[in-house]
Design a binder for this molecule. Structure first.
Ligand SMILES: Cc1cc2nc3c(=O)[nH]c(=O)nc-3n(C[C@H](O)[C@H](O)[C@H](O)COP(=O)(O)O)c2cc1C
Length: 262
């Protein structure tokens, strides 16, 4: 079975998780569509015999608006799909059902969904270091379950629709308040952050200057900086960071939704 990975992943944890699931299928026939930086120019079409694994991080209980825009261009012709949401140990709320609705409206048969936990890309002391070894083992188990499922079933159309956790209507996303990014003086203007920012929010002339009309606090410029000298800052960041470190200290575990036996 041809595997297709379509994902948005600003700080690369969704990418890692989606790739780890795909690796359990034991095939090299994997195509990747990383839509983090550029939206597809035209629709991406998948045939019935192809499996789509769609991945996105959770932003405010939903998927990032940019991911939504790109996913609307992914069309299925009855192709089976698996949904992967990745969140920072708070909640994933309506992100999975949002992806389910987009895919079903675009002709996919959603056969499974899962939510995994990764280090919070803003408040990095929350779920720090995740996905860890235990997570990666569980992600592998899920990947193997899926591979077995597709191996055994005569046609994915015979699988029942899974009950996926989430609310409709979805949680409303309020106005975004980007978090100030502080850049240490040792910045050598290498331009990596400028090139890799998904929102083109960093000044070409001076990487210390961020356009907060565009910035979504996705955290990519912090993780790609070769000198690691970009940091979120400010009172909101400090206060919420401290609050999260206490309130979200308990380890959450993955949620997996598989077809119910029919
Ligand atoms: C703007 C923004 C909003 C976020 N909202 C949530 C949230 O509602 N719940 C949660 O648990 N994590 C939230 N996170 C954390 C991310 O879901 C998490 O860090 C994820 O692993 C990022 O995936 P990536 O590495 O593929 O970018 C948010 C992160 C950002 C940048």
């Amino acid at each position: 079975m041809q595997l297709n990975l379509v994902y948005f992943s600003a700080t690369y944890t969704t990418q890692r998780i989606v790739r780890h699931i795909a690796a359990q299928f034991g095939t090299d026939d994997i195509r990747e569509y990383d839509i983090t930086q550029s939206l597809p120019n035209e629709d991406i079409l998948f045939e019935k015999e192809e499996l789509l694994i769609l991945g996105a991080p959770v932003y405010s209980g939903r998927i990032p608006a940019k991911a939504r825009e790109a996913f609307l261009r992914v069309k299925g012709k009855g192709a089976p799909a698996v949904i992967v949401g990745v969140y920072g140990n708070r909640e994933y709320e309506d992100a999975l059902v949002e992806m389910q609705d987009i895919l079903e409206a675009n002709g996919f048969q959603v056969v499974s969904a899962a939510a995994f936990i990764a280090q919070h890309s803003i408040f990095s002391h929350t779920a720090e270091g995740r996905p860890d070894e235990k997570d990666m083992r569980e992600i592998a188990v899920y990947g193997k379950q899926l591979a077995d499922l597709f191996d055994k079933v005569e046609a994915p159309a015979l699988l029942s629709r899974p009950e996926i956790k989430g609310n409709r209507p979805y949680r409303e996303v309020g106005e975004s308040h980007p978090i100030p990014i502080q850049v240490e003086e040792t910045c050598n203007e290498c331009g990596t952050c400028i090139d890799l920012c998904p929102y083109e929010a960093i000044s070409e002339a001076d990487p210390r200057v961020v356009d907060y009309e565009r910035c979504k606090s996705c955290g990519r410029c912090l993780v790609v900086c070769p000198l690691q000298i970009r940091h979120f800052s400010g009172p909101f960041f400090e206060q919420v960071g401290q609050k999260f470190a206490v309130a979200l200290a308990a380890r959450k575990e993955p949620d997996v939704f598989l077809p119910t036996p029919s």
